[in-house]
Design a protein around this ligand. Structure first.
Ligand code: DLL
Length: 421
């Protein structure tokens, strides 16, 4: 679709969803009234700025079903994301929502190069998490053979991968990396597998980490983005050119705003992604603040698709570590650690307050444990990592090198930042 046609479609849908939210969700009705906004005020796409923003706290305050726009009878599926504190955030889907979800997933799966010849092993946890079922329905829609193996039981996963001739692996990047390492330890060779494409996502992974995963599993990895509140996976994903993640813009209208002022960022500038669901029936959201930081490129892609593309998520405005006034993203640290051959791709970040100063400790595993006995070599490696971190982050971090296989392996999303302040 040309940008002009796409924008016309988005405008028509935006008008409809603003009115739909006002008429069907008390929370939005009250918000519009309190802000003195009439849903009919939307005449152009930029009028979206008059609509209220929605936050995770709004979902929590209306727990569990308060934001549903349809009678409960019309809701045919519930998902939820656990979050770190308190109650989960709950989402409800109508039959049409599930249909739209498999459509957007099928598009992204196709864009990544997966089709009906593929055997797709889904190693996301099945359950309230949206990752597994989202990919599941999309993959069935394109006609792939789905193996719903879920997460965990890693040795069996690898056995199935070999015996079934799995061509497509679906997992978090962290779990994919772990499966690659484990396969190697168990004595499997790359030739034992038919892996071709990895559909990864649900957490940030640096380009360097992606390269490690591709090398260990012998596949081509694409990045997929989404969140339960909006639908799950399916919001955006990479095509074969991997030059940004194509946004399913006809269903999810993206804005990039300054997280402090909520003013729109200029085209191409980094800011918080704020998304309006244009077609959802069960639980539509207006201007949902994702807290994820990215930027958007509106030029058509080499693949021919005209949808806007977002950069890989740089980090979350709320998992950014603020250290001595400097903003540090775990992804920056990861990009320093990954290319180094003497350390493994597993690391943890500890943030502490000592006196008035905040400190960062980067704990990372050695590939060869015997280095721990060679003090001067160990010291040298520590210094090298520290110097590289200083160049990239502009701050000093303590580097602790630990024995191989002592850092936790995650089967879902990794939790690498421990803030002890
Ligand atoms: O993680 C949905 C999903 C499942 C996406 C499978 C892709 C694949 P939640 O559990 O609600 O939903 O977590 C959403 O995860 O706000 C981001 O911070 C992060 N996230 C998701 N995908 C990516 C990605 C699913 N590709 C939160 N890169 C989002 C970086 C991601 N972060």
């Amino acid at each position: 679709m040309s940008r002009k046609d796409l924008e016309a479609l988005q405008l028509e849908r935006l008008k409809r969803i603003a009115r739909y939210c006002y008429d069907n969700v008390k929370f939005y009705h009250d918000k519009f009234d309190a802000q003195g906004v009439n849903p009919d005020r939307i005449k152009t796409l930029s009028d979206i700025q008059y609509l209220p923003v929605t936050t995770k706290a709004d979902l929590r305050d209306n727990y569990p079903f308060g934001l549903f726009a349809v009678p409960r009878k019309k809701i045919v599926r519930i998902h939820a994301s656990s979050g770190t504190t308190g109650k989960p955030t709950v989402v409800g889907y109508t039959k049409n929502d599930l249909e739209m979800w498999s459509d957007v997933m099928a598009r992204l799966i196709t864009a990544a190069g997966v089709g009906d010849e593929d055997i797709a092993q889904i190693c996301f946890g099945y359950g309230l998490f949206t990752g597994a079922l989202g990919l599941h329905y999309g993959l069935e829609k394109v006609g792939a053979t789905v193996v719903p193996s879920s997460s965990g039981n890693s040795e069996k996963q690898i056995m199935l991968m070999k015996d079934f001739g799995t061509t497509t692996l679906i997992a978090t990047p962290t779990y994919a990396l772990y499966l690659g390492e484990l396969a190697h330890e168990l004595g499997y060779k790359l030739e034992d597998f038919k892996l071709r494409i990895g559909l990864f996502g649900s957490e940030a992974a640096s380009q360097e980490m992606r390269a490690k995963i591709e090398e260990k599993l012998g596949l081509f990895a694409t990045d997929n983005y989404g969140m339960s509140e909006l639908i799950g996976p399916g919001v955006s994903g990479e095509c074969e050119y991997r030059d940004g993640l194509h946004i399913s813009e006809d269903h999810f209208y993206p804005e990039v705003l300054d997280p402090k002022t909520l003013e729109p960022k200029k085209e191409g500038e980094v800011g918080e992604l704020v998304v309006t669901t244009l077609t959802k029936e069960g639980m539509p959201l207006l201007r949902y603040r994702t807290r994820d930081l990215t930027r958007i490129n509106y030029t058509p892609c080499r693949c021919g698709r005209t949808t806007a593309r977002m950069d890989k998520i740089m980090g979350r405005s709320d998992d950014m570590i603020k250290l001595k006034g400097v903003n540090v993203f775990p992804s920056q640290i990861e990009s320093v650690l990954m290319p180094m051959s003497q350390i493994s791709p597993h690391y943890m970040l500890y943030v502490r307050r000592e006196g008035y100063a905040d400190t960062l400790e980067v704990q990372v595993e050695l590939v060869d444990g015997s280095l721990l006995e060679r003090y001067s070599d160990l010291e040298k490696l520590q210094q090298t990592i520290r110097a590289k971190l200083r160049t990239v982050l502009g701050i000093d971090a303590k580097v602790t090198l630990v024995q191989p296989k002592t850092i936790e392996r995650f089967q879902g999303k990794a939790k690498r930042v421990v803030d002890l302040r």
